[in-house]
Design a protein around this ligand. Structure first.
Ligand code: NDP
Length: 487
């Protein structure tokens, strides 16, 4: 049986921790073992990153860019392998992993390679004197990833980090350990010096050890709000820079003047992509009263037609949830929706796929007649469960959409440009889509308001988050101090 190792200082190494069993979500079969890092392995990875940082930080940005560009090219050549590994780790449909996840990672590497040489100073004229700023890399950064978009999360963290001249130690989720090592190997093959990007395997304990390590300058974390708060508490002790990409319960708002078929497709995409294990999904679907019945009917019909099945089959639209435990949690939310009075339109629980009876499939589930107080409407379920809510006016839906502790994303469907602009201005969310959903180009900063996070990934903003600003003041003429030298 294959064991997934750590990647430290340019080589795969066994960890001193336990061997963890990793199961294939779609069949429940033991897939591989994961060699967890012990504290000494984390120390080794951080020491390697710290040593390599000295040279990488002063490598000309154009050379850093060339490494990232080459890595993107190698990933493109190996897209099929990377996508299949992603499916084996996550259980998501191969067609999504190929079209979205790996491509998003490649796009980010290419975008950040183009950005690498754009980190530049500002110069200030201060009378006879002058000053300028320097955007300096931070040092050793730690990336900690969730299990839902493993390859994308690695690239979104590593690409800006390395482009800005930092080094990184990355810890994937214990559930999705594989592509981090393939990614590290690709970077090495593309010319990245040993130690600049390292992978340590492990669970939350390993993540905590890394986040608390005194030689770490920054932590970029993607995961749940609960773990994000713990990471923030750790990093605050040493005033480390921290980026947090956390959960969501995003509103998708459909006005009566929207193109209804497009809105139905968006609702499906924003609830069932990655079988609902997507942080920005629009799980609170607000529909204006006059089109509510028609919308519910169309969504129900389209949902029933979705193909749930073997993730490796390119026809499959809905794959397996990550684990039986997570499937049970999603199913208990579905039960709570029924108990709290929502109307179950489609789905309703566990789905058995022939030949994959040990998998963790849940048929896409749609509730209508939902109210704002229900658990399915307030809490992040992280599974294929859509809640449809009725609204009458723009003012009302805006208040209800913002009535949440989360603030990651929002979507508005309308043909009225003024209303779209008003709504997106007033929605409390880090990403607002109009007449589309779940589009995350590498150019656009991504991150949350409120409990959904701190800081931004992607775009030029992400690069700034991996630098610190130094102000350099140059005295040209003799200065006049209030204290005088006595001869
Ligand atoms: P978790 O918070 O459980 O875990 C995230 C990562 O943090 C894992 O690698 C985990 O290790 C590690 N970890 C857990 N505890 C700690 C700790 N105290 N210190 C440091 N690291 C720790 O999230 P999930 O993996 O369950 O992912 C699902 C969540 O992620 C959802 O809430 C989702 O919304 C959010 N998410 C947000 C995204 C965004 O960009 N905003 C994108 C994707 C997901 P391990 O799992 O190995 O124990």
């Amino acid at each position: 049986m294959k064991t997934v190792l750590n990647y430290i200082n340019g080589a795969q190494v066994e960890g001193g921790g336990k061997l963890f069993d990793k199961f294939y979500p779609a069949s429940g079969e033991l897939l591989l073992k994961v060699s967890f890092a012990a504290e000494q392995d984390c120390d080794n990875a951080i020491a390697a990153a710290s040593e390599s940082f000295k040279k990488w930080a002063v490598t000309p940005p154009g050379q850093r860019a060339a490494v990232l560009r080459k890595a993107a090219q190698l990933m493109r050549e190996r897209l099929d392998v990377l996508a299949e590994v992603e499916v084996l780790d996550t259980g998501k449909p191969l067609r999504e992993a190929r079209a979205d996840d790996v491509v998003s990672a490649i796009d980010c590497l290419e975008y950040m390679s183009a950005q690498a040489a754009t980190v530049h100073a500002q110069q200030y004229d201060l009378g006879e004197n002058m000053a300028y700023t320097r955007h300096e890399p931070l040092g050793v950064c730690v990336g900690i990833g969730a299990w839902n978009y493993p390859i994308q999360l690695i690239a979104w963290k590593a690409a800006p980090c390395l482009a800005a001249g930092n080094s990184m130690v990355f810890k994937p989720s214990e559930m999705t350990p594989s592509n981090a090592v393939l990614f590290a190997e690709i970077l090495s093959e593309a010319g990245l010096p040993p130690g600049v990007f390292n992978v340590v395997q492990g669970d939350g304990q390993v993540g905590r050890y890394l986040a608390e390590h005194p030689q770490v300058a920054k932590v970029s974390f993607t995961g749940s709000v609960a773990s994000g708060l713990k990471v923030a508490a750790s990093t605050a002790q040493m005033m480390k820079k921290t980026t947090l990409e956390l959960g969501g319960k995003s509103p998708l708002i459909i006005f009566a003047d929207a193109e209804i078929d497009v809105a139905v497709e968006a609702a499906l995409c924003s609830n069932f992509s990655s079988q609902g294990e997507n942080c920005c999904n629009g799980t609170r679907v607000f529909v204006q009263a006059s089109i509510y019945d028609e919308f519910c009917e169309k969504v129900a019909k389209a949902t029933k037609a979705l193909k749930v099945g073997n993730p490796m089959d390119l026809e499959t639209e809905i794959g397996s949830l990550i684990s039986p435990q997570h499937r049970d949690s999603v199913c208990s939310y579905i039960e709570s929706g029924v108990q709290q009075g929502a109307t179950l339109l489609v789905g309703g629980g566990v789905y058995v796929v022939e030949g994959l009876e040990g998998g963790s499939f849940v048929f896409p589930t749609v509730f209508c007649d939902c109210t704002d107080e229900m658990d399915i409407v307030r809490e992040e379920i992280f599974g294929p469960v859509m809640s449809i809510l009725k609204f009458e006016t723009e003012e009302e839906v805006l208040a209800r959409a913002n009535d949440t502790l989360f603030g990651l994303a929002a979507g508005v469907f309308t043909q009225d440009i003024s209303r779209a602009l008003r709504m997106t201005k007033n929605l409390e969310a880090g990403v607002c889509w109009t007449n589309t959903y779940n589009v995350v180009p590498a150019e656009l900063p991504f991150g949350g308001y409120k409990n959904s996070g701190l800081g931004r990934e992607n775009g030029a903003y992400a690069l700034k988050e991996y630098t610190q600003v130094k102000s350099v003041y140059i005295q040209v003429e003799r200065p006049s101090f209030p204290f005088k030298c006595v001869k």
